[in-house]
Design a protein around this ligand. Structure first.
Ligand code: FES
Length: 335
């Protein structure tokens, strides 16, 4: 049912919970270009709908965020134009945002009441306007739809829609970016003789050339990041050493979570501790040995990888589960 003040399109989006979105993204994935397949899934892990709803429905969101140990920039409304910078489709954001607003304001009945179909419809329209392949738009349009659902139409419209990518980055083709991602460079003339001291690159922002650090074979992502002595703390107090935020370095606090854009196969499989803690933090719950979301301090690497560092961290998995249990219980009582 439409709530007061809610537009028809918002009401439509609000019919979709986390599960519905999972089904939608899964159905879109085969049609999303390789360059944005992982990035799209990572974005959905970084900005979970369930958590956004729990904060919105809380009487005191700031108090709840404190209780859930949330640190960093966790409000999507403060980063509507930037949260998806790691998607290739980000470069089309201005046109995507405009098309989503038009779609939301349209008085014409949509061609389908299925979420995935509407995402495809908007992506198709932008693709033909910009003369680019549809597969490059699907991920960013899905991200735009969920952003609108989380922040509301007024905040969505109020953001500028501007992006700040260099000309050089904008000119890169999706294949160029995909092929360069996590590429292992040579180890020198005698590299094949090396059994120890192999050195790899960890890229943590594909849009900037200097956003990479060195990793020794077998080092975990966060320990290697600490060898990058540049100042990250002044921009983000969660970063005392290197670009990856850290605190415990023992898989106990959840500060160091990262998304793996490329090279997941070069990482050690998930350890039992990482597997146990990830659902507690709320980041991911999977049997996958090498998932797209990892704890930097507990993930040794054996090759070059490309990662994304989320702008926030928290410990919310247990809390969200307790809310679900309460809901289930009250449904049983009223049944
Ligand atoms: S730094 Fe605490 S979990 Fe990695």
């Amino acid at each position: 049912m439409k709530q007061s003040g809610e537009t028809l399109f918002e009401a439509f989006l609000n019919q979709h919970d986390t599960r519905a979105w999972e089904v939608t993204v899964k159905s879109l994935l085969p049609h999303i270009h390789e360059v944005d397949k992982n990035a799209t899934q990572i974005w959905f892990y970084f900005f979970p709908l369930k958590l956004a709803k729990a904060l919105q429905q809380s009487e005191d969101p700031e108090k709840l965020a404190k209780k859930l140990l949330m640190l960093g920039k966790y409000h999507l409304k403060d980063q509507i134009d930037r949260s998806h910078e790691f998607l290739y489709g980000h470069r089309y954001w201005s046109a995507v945002k405009k098309a989503i607003q038009e779609h939301a304001a349209s008085s014409k009945a949509p061609s389908s009441l299925e979420l995935a179909a509407q995402i495809k419809e908007v992506a198709g329209r932008v693709a033909s306007e910009l003369k680019v392949d549809n597969s490059l738009l699907l991920g960013i349009v899905a991200v735009g739809f969920l952003t609108l659902q989380q922040v509301g139409i007024e905040a969505f419209k109020a953001s500028s829609g501007k992006i700040s990518l260099s000309e050089k980055v904008i000119k890169k083709s999706p294949d160029q970016i995909f092929n360069a991602r996590a590429k292992d460079e040579g180890q020198g003339i005698l590299g094949f003789l090396k059994t120890v001291d192999k050195v790899y690159n960890v890229t943590f922002n594909e849009n900037k050339e200097d956003c990479r650090y060195k990793l020794l074979d077998g080092q975990d992502l966060a320990t290697a990041a600490a060898s990058d002595k540049r100042d990250y703390r002044s921009k983000d107090p969660r970063c005392p050493e290197g670009p990856i935020p850290v605190e415990c370095r023992a898989a106990s606090c959840g500060t160091c979570w990262v998304g793996i854009l490329g090279g997941a196969e070069k990482l050690d499989p998930v350890s039992s501790k990482e597997r146990k803690m990830m659902p507690k933090f709320g980041y991911i719950d999977t049997e996958d040995q090498r998932p797209l979301i990892r704890l930097g301090c507990f993930t040794p690497a054996h090759g070059s990888v490309s990662i994304v560092i989320p702008p926030w961290n928290g410990y919310f998995g247990q809390y969200l589960r307790s809310l679900e249990d309460e809901n289930e219980e009250s449904n049983h009582t009223t049944a």
